[in-house]
Ligand binder design. Sequence first.
Ligand code: MRU
Length: 368
Amino acid sequence: MRIHHQPYHTIWLSEAHKVQVIDQRLLPHRFEVKQLADTSSVVTAIADMVVRGAPLIGVTAAFGMYLASKEALQNNDPKAYLQLAAQQLRSARPTAVNLAWAVDQLESILMKLPPASWPERALELAEQLKADDIGYSEAMGENGLPLIEALTQQHPNRAINILTHCNAGWLATIDWGTATAPIYKAHRKGIPVHVWVDETRPRNQGASLTAFELGQEGVPHTVIADNTGGHLMQHGMVDLVIVGTDRTTATGDVANKIGTYLKALAAFDNQVPFYVAAPSSSIDFQLQDGLSEIPIETRDANEVKWIQGWDGDRLTKVLLTPEDSPAVNYGFDVTPARLVTGLITERGICTASEAGLRGLFPERFPND
Ligand code: MRU
C-alpha cells in the first residue's frame, strides 16, 4: 500500500541486510524509518509498539530471530544464546499468538541445523513468513469482497458503511491488512465504500493509523469516538463490521483490541453482521475457551492518563486525568464466538466455531 504515493511494506531489509521498519508511534504526523540493529532492539520495538498488529509482530520477531542467529555465532554457546533470544522475543507482548507462532517455527527448524547455517536459513524463513502474510491478506481480501458486493445489491444507490476497530489495516500486517483487505479490494474495484473508524483509545490506533492509511489510499472514512458505534448501528448507519484478531481459539472466540466486545454486542443487538478477519497465523488451534485461556496484555496506565498529539509544530503528550487518579490499561478483550457472524480466513469464510474452522483447516485438528 502507499504512503505519499510510494508503495511500502511495513518491514524490509536494506541492501546492507539491516532490518527497517516504519516507526508507527509517530504516524500520522511524522513518517520515519527505524533500523532494528539487534535482537534487543527488536524486542523493544515490539514492546513499545514501534511495530504493532498481530501479523506484523510475528514477522518482525522472525527477523529478530535472524539477527539473533547472527549474534549467536559470536557466543560460546550459540544454542543457549538463540534459545534465550527466542524466549525474550516471545515474551515481548503476550496476546497476539503470531509472535510465538513465528518464533517457535524458526527456533525448531534452526535447532536441528548446524549454527553456521543459521543466518542464511533464518533469513529465508523470515522472508517466507513475510511473503506468506502478504498472501494471507490478499486472500482474505478476495474472500471478504463478496460480503461487500452482496450489500451493494441491497443498497445500489449509496456507499456501503463498514465499521472497524483499532488498526487491522496494512500497517498491522505487511500489506493489505486483515479487516481492511476486503475494503481495499472493493475500493479498487470501484465499489463505493465508507469506513467508520473507531478512534480506539487509549493508543488511538484507529484515529492515527487506520485513518492515515485509508486516507493515503483515497478510501472515504470518518473517525468516530469509541462510544459512537452503537448509536450508528441503531440508526441503520452501519451495514457491516469487520475487525481483526490477535488470537482466535479453535472454537471461534476472538481476542482483539479492547472495545471489540462492546461493538460485537451492539452489532448483535442491531442485526448488523460482525465479521472477524483471521489469518491462520492468528488462530491458536490449541485453545478452547477464549475468556479463560487467552492471556490479556495489561499495559502502562500512563497510556490511559496521557494522550499524544500534534501541537502544530511537534508531537507532544498532555495529561488527561487528575495527576494522582489511578488508571488501568487492558489492551484486549474477548468476543465470544456466539457474537461473531463469521471468520474471514485465507481459505474462505467459516462460522466462528470448531466445526467451521475444522472444515477449512482439517490438518490443524487431531483426527478423532
Ligand atoms: O495493540 P495493537 O495495536 O498491536 O493491537 C492491534 C489489534 O488489536 C489488531 O486489531 C489485531 O492485531 C489484528 S491486526 C491485523
